[in-house]
Write a protein of this length. Structure first.
Length: 123
């Protein structure tokens, strides 16, 4: 399974990437939403995207909205991973098309549990 991690922090991309690799996933990275869209176009077999909210160029919310307007990505699972913790922000992400929401700081167990809720590995 190929997963895209979009975060403007290289450290966060490494941390999330290492967890995903331990889960057996291949990881592709991007530093903002625009780079993330390029990665989606270049790697059509991406099944899961973990995206930060606050980034330059294109933020995570706009990335999710953009992806959800393109039916080719209907099956892609989108997880917002962010320090935005207000319930209004959580609802904005879900309304935009996020499948799950992980609040920073997170533990490995929380991230793994959220990904497992998405049933990305099938039954």
């Amino acid at each position: 399974m190929r997963t895209l991690v979009i975060d403007d922090s290289r450290v966060v991309r490494v941390i999330i990437g290492n967890i995903l690799r331990e889960m057996g996933m291949e990881v592709v990275e991007a530093a903002n939403g625009l780079e993330g869209l390029d990665q989606l176009r270049n790697c059509p077999d991406i099944d899961l995207v973990l995206v930060d909210w606050n980034m330059p160029e294109m933020d995570g919310l706009e990335f999710i909205r953009t992806v959800r307007t393109q039916s080719i990505y209907d099956a892609v699972r989108l997880v917002m991973v962010t320090s935005e913790t207000e319930s209004e922000q959580v609802m904005r992400a879900f309304n935009a098309g996020a499948n799950e929401y992980v609040m920073k700081p997170f533990t490995k167990d929380v991230l793994v549990a959220k990904i497992n809720l998405l049933n990305v590995f099938g039954d």
